[in-house]
Design a protein around this ligand. Structure first.
Ligand code: BDP
Length: 631
């Protein structure tokens, strides 16, 4: 087995490639030759990949072919194409950038391995200047491995079936789509170039305060200029670190985005050596008491946990779905979403920046929980955190992933909070030792944004060991679905008691980061019947009654925006059906009731007048919840 590097090779920069005055960009998306690895299709790469198959980039490969072996493949697949280096690039440095290779990628330029990266949802690049010639073509071969192990984020386990097939299991329900699901770029940078830009904004009165810092491949004079949305220069400065002021600043606000450009230039005397433009918005984020403030004003999150998931292309980024999904978010009155359960394509965050949608940016640390397999008790056959299960190696992979996510996404105004894990076993011994250093790291990497994690049903306000380390309580709860199925009255009482318990124990803002009910479109009932469209509506209404009674509530993210594909399981019929929209984005009845509620709220906290008083507000609950039916 090839060694697994713990960090990207090449320069440690995750700046998005852009064409500027000094940089050119060639997009390498399209149809590539494709094959599963076997005795003939394997390293070392010294020639053509011989295969009848072609796979589109960007797309997951799993659902493309009418071949079960490809869908179930565990291990390496290989992609290959020819690319040309423009002849005008002589004297420039030439880079390859893969926006993602899920979950491990290896890149060959002709016969040379130029990059090797682990982590399926973050980009990596390689300087290939020494291996290519401007004006000539080269053979580009990319290997992608979909294996999840205890040393990957997300984690998983590989076993071998009786007949010798390798099989992958994992601790999350969404399907383990793999391949080159995001774009691949060839681009040029000057010899001396900008490698990183960091922008942090503040507001004093009517002035926007912009702290910036620039890193370059060699120490060189730096000039920065701020342009407003019309391209007019509003301020400038010299120096690689500094503070700029924008008088009469136009703020980036939820629902009303405004973006400025920071044009960064490297100078040699008066000659411009490199130029890079980063878009930014001026806004602040702060947790104060039990409020989540954006630009000093309380913000109430309405929206969803989403997935990158569509038919045929799996997790392949698609601009048509990007536009349509944001249209539906707007239509339904959502002001935000969580990138459950991995960082999404950069195009998604840029779109959110431009359209004023607020994002909770989540890492790919989903499934750090062996207790979920434990059914009724939530305590698994093995402890989650131990030398034999999730250990220092897992933690190191999580830390590296955090570094890459924050490096990639730190300048997006839409990103207002990091969610560093989904449903970890925060109720188990070892959770604090595992998470405390990660929280510290995240705060070092980004002291400006609040931190959260989404708490699993089994982690209660009484047994959770990490909530005090974070700024916001994000709670995933399925009262009325996985527990008290079909009994919304009892569900309501338990939910309220549960939520009030968190608020009293921690005194922090609280939001529901997941609540949802599987629903078959076209299934109707006059009774509280699970799977019917009416039940999804009543289930959401019940949750909202509770949220509206609790002052510390700062938001509601329904699980899920749309139906999505899962691994096989007897409680899944063609995937997870908790979508408010179907997989092809048709509204279920709940979409209309959410729309009525959310367009009324308009990003503000619900007030008495906006919500109906609940019929039954009693929290006098006698029996402990029977967790039967829990996953
Ligand atoms: C939660 C998970 C989410 C699942 C959801 C469900 O966070 O990824 O899809 O349950 O079962 O536990 O629908």
């Amino acid at each position: 087995m090839t060694p697994r590097p713990s960090h990207p090779t090449g320069e440690n920069t995750l700046l998005k490639p852009r064409s500027t005055l000094t940089r050119e960009l060639v997009n390498l998306d399209g149809l590539w030759r494709f094959a599963l690895e076997d005795a003939n299709v394997r390293e070392p790469w010294t020639g053509a990949l011989v295969s009848k198959l072609e796979a589109p980039v960007p797309s997951s490969y799993n659902d493309l072919f009418a071949d079960q072996q490809i869908r179930d493949h565990v291990g390496w697949v290989w992609y290959q194409r020819t690319a040309w280096v423009p002849r005008g690039w002589s004297g420039e440095r030439v880079f390859l950038r893969l926006d993602a290779a899920t979950h491990e990628g290896k890149v060959y330029v002709n016969d040379v391995l130029v990059a090797h990266h682990v982590g399926g949802y973050t980009p990596f690049e390689a300087d290939i200047t020494e291996h290519v010639t401007p004006g000539a073509d080269f053979r580009l071969t990319v290997g992608v491995n979909n294996e999840l192990t205890r040393a990957t984020i997300p984690p998983g386990t590989i076993s071998v079936s009786q007949d010798g097939r390798r099989q992958q299991t994992y601790l999350h329900d969404f399907y383990n789509y793999a391949g080159l699901a995001r774009s691949v770029w060839l681009y040029s940078k000057p010899e001396r170039h900008i490698t990183d830009v960091t922008i942090v904004t503040g507001i004093i009165g009517r002035t926007g305060v912009v702290d910036y810092s620039v890193e370059a491949s060699q120490e060189t004079k730096v000039r920065v200029r701020v342009l407003d949305a019309t391209g007019r220069e509003v301020t400038n400065a010299v120096g690689s670190v500094g503070t700029l002021s924008i008088e009469d600043v136009l703020l980036w606000r939820p629902g009303a985005a405004y973006l400025y450009d920071l044009v960064v230039e490297l100078l040699d005397g008066e000659d411009m050596v490199d130029s890079y433009t980063e878009h930014f918005g001026v806004r602040t984020v702060e947790v104060r008491g039990t409020d989540f403030l954006i630009n000093g004003e309380p913000f109430y999150f309405t929206g969803f946990g989403k997935h990158e998931d569509t038919a045929v292309r799996g997790k392949g980024h698609d601009n048509a779905y990007l536009v349509h999904d944001f249209q539906l978010l707007d239509w339904v009155g959502a002001n935000s979403f969580r990138t459950s359960h991995y960082p999404y394509a950069e195009e998604v965050l840029e779109f959110a920046d431009r359209h004023g949608i607020v994002v909770v940016d989540e890492t790919a640390a989903v499934g750090l929980n062996l207790g979920v397999q434990g059914g009724l008790t939530g305590i698994g056959p093995q402890p989650t955190f131990s030398p034999d299960t999730f250990n220092h190696e897992t933690q190191a992979a999580h830390a590296q992933h955090l570094r890459e996510v924050i490096a990639r996404d730190k300048n997006h105004p839409s990103v207002v909070m990091w969610s560093i894990a989904n449903e970890p076993a925060s109720n188990e011994d070892g959770a604090r030792e595992f998470f405390e250093p990660l929280v510290k790291l995240a705060r070092q990497l980004d002291p400006t944004r609040p931190l959260t994690y989404a708490a699993v049903m089994f982690a209660t306000f009484q047994n959770d060991k990490i909530a005090d380390l974070f700024d916001v309580l994000s709670i995933n709860r399925y009262y009325g679905w996985y527990v008290f199925t079909g009994d919304l009255k009892t569900a309501e009482q338990y939910l309220e008691r549960d939520m009030r318990g968190w608020v009293e124990a921690f005194g922090k803002p609280i939001m529901m980061s997941e609540y949802g009910a599987d629903t078959m479109p076209g299934q109707h009932s006059i009774w509280d019947m699970p799977w019917s469209e009416e039940y999804q509506q009543s289930f959401l209404d019940m949750n909202h009654r509770v949220f509206d009674r609790i002052d510390a509530f700062i938001g509601e993210h329904v699980w899920n925006f749309a139906d999505f594909q899962t691994s096989n399981g007897i409680h899944r019929v063609d995937g997870n059906r908790k979508g408010v929209f179907t997989r092809d984005r048709k509204p279920k009845a709940a979409a209309h009731s959410l729309r009525a509620r959310w367009t009324g709220l308009n990003g503000a906290k619900p007030t008495e007048g906006q919500t109906k008083a609940a019929e039954n507000t009693s929290t006098d609950v006698r029996a402990e919840p029977a967790l039967e039916g829990a996953k």
